[in-house]
Design a protein around this ligand. Sequence first.
Ligand SMILES: [Zn+2]
Length: 424
Amino acid sequence: MDIDSHAGELASDLGVEKQEVAADLETLLEYDVPLNEAKQSLRRKYGEGGSGGTAPTAASVGDVTTTDSSVTVTGRVLTVGMRTIVYNGEKRTISEGEIADETGVISYTAWDAFGFEAGDTITVGNAGVREWDGEPQLNLNENTSVTTETEPLSVPYEIGGERSLIDLAAGDRGVTLEVAVIECEQRTIDGRDGPTDILSGVLGDETTRLPFTDWDLHTETIEAGASVRLEDCYVREHRGVPSVNVSEFTTVTPLDRSVEATETAPTMEIGAAVAGGSTFDVELTGAVLDVRDGSGLIQRCPECNRVIQNGQCRSHGAVSGVDDLRVKAILDDGTGTATAVLDRELTERVYGGTLEDALDHARDAMDKEVVTAAIAAEIVGLEHRVRGSLSVDDYGATLDATEFEPITDDPADRARTLLAEVDG
Ligand SMILES: [Zn+2]
């Protein structure tokens, strides 16, 4: 059944104009609300006596539930995050954030420019209520009135979106950060409207590091080594971790102080790290139990960079593979297991030679497995400290390593290592 048919069915059930229901339904679907949930919230909206129903009751924020169809709430605006979405083929600016009173905090989406700012005390009349992630959320639409109150409401929550990176979670809006830009590169990606230039990289502050994307190319201010204040960012999940998004609504200001980004990553037991889910920057210590298939010399697709088997890419068919080196090491500390993936640079260090050396080695032996065996001989059975980005999914935990160091606690060992380096 298409959207039109769903709207028709709803309209006849609820006894309202189909056009009206269709517009609302499209809005909700455009906003990624699942179809069934969208239909339910429209049944709630129109259900109780249709559009001319009873006036919504004034409620405390803490009392709003997902069974309310609409409410009137007075609260203090904590955050305002601006964003554009494409609706019916047109760009539309919406704002999202949080409103609070003394009883609680609730998130909102405003589909019109109501003009309120963080810190304002407002009365939101006849706001729709919808369920988002199991929680009620205010929906400020064309039926909603917003009145600014002169008396500021005192609330036990911080006003404004000032945050540390460690506190960010996917879904946060209107966030303000003071950060150091640790890595930054300009890339072209396949965007909604074709190829799009973006900046991407890593931000850091005193608490942690997180990836970022700048959709509006602030190339003058956002560059590696800079310290900047970013006002009005939003946070999305990227590979399981929070990612900071800078948009056309973000104000970027260079700071006259330099933000000291943390040098170290939090150290965790592997079991606890895996149970906690994906983490952008973490340090794990464990013994390498084995190296997995796909370690050593590999070939990648020149189109998509994925590892290929026998010259065949799953997406691009027969391709001329590009040689590369990598290690997939099984790391275990007794509490859990993760697969540490070493890129070419780290693998060359472990192997003790370059990619070209490895290719020569394999050619001489007429077997590329000699490279894998040489790598395994260096690391299997030994304790290692591995820093990197941990992603956890149904298939297990993968640590994309940025650092991979053997631990030699035994002074004699350390002396031997030093001597070997001097001799080498
Ligand atoms: Zn490919």
